[in-house]
Design a protein around this ligand. Structure first.
Ligand SMILES: [Zn+2]
Length: 124
């Protein structure tokens, strides 16, 4: 029987252990992971020194190879810390944005309620 590897590229994959986290190192550094996956990845990395070391080593290796192949590429992230921060900032941003949406919906609904009240009272 053939061994098949299932690569789940569409649905966000949430890594559950160190082995799965470390398998994502390459995709994380290339920036091609879905947002939910990167966030789970970063959260794990923050609490797991073993995976952090793995990621740093992978990053150094990847940067070196990339530099040898394309010395002029400047879009390469400078260090792993800035990449982790970027995902964490995105998480904060998304939370804030979600709160703003809720606040505007509430404001809209109460504005609508006010208008309906005026109409029902025959003042409009
Ligand atoms: Zn780990």
């Amino acid at each position: 029987m053939k061994k098949r590897q299932i690569k789940n590229k569409i649905k966000p994959f949430i890594p559950s252990d160190c082995r799965e986290v470390q398998k994502l190192n390459g995709d994380f550094i290339k920036g091609i992971l879905p947002y939910e996956t990167s966030l789970a990845f970063v959260r794990h990395i923050r609490h797991c020194s073993e995976c952090m070391e793995e990621l740093k080593a992978y990053f150094m290796f990847y940067s070196a190879v990339r530099y040898l192949n394309e010395p002029d590429e400047s879009d390469m992230p400078q260090n792993i810390e800035s990449m982790l921060k970027e995902v964490e900032n995105e998480a904060v941003y998304r939370k804030k944005r979600m709160r703003n949406i809720v606040v505007s919906l509430v404001a809209f609904a109460s504005g609508l309620g006010f208008l309906v009240g005026l109409i029902l009272n025959g003042q409009f």
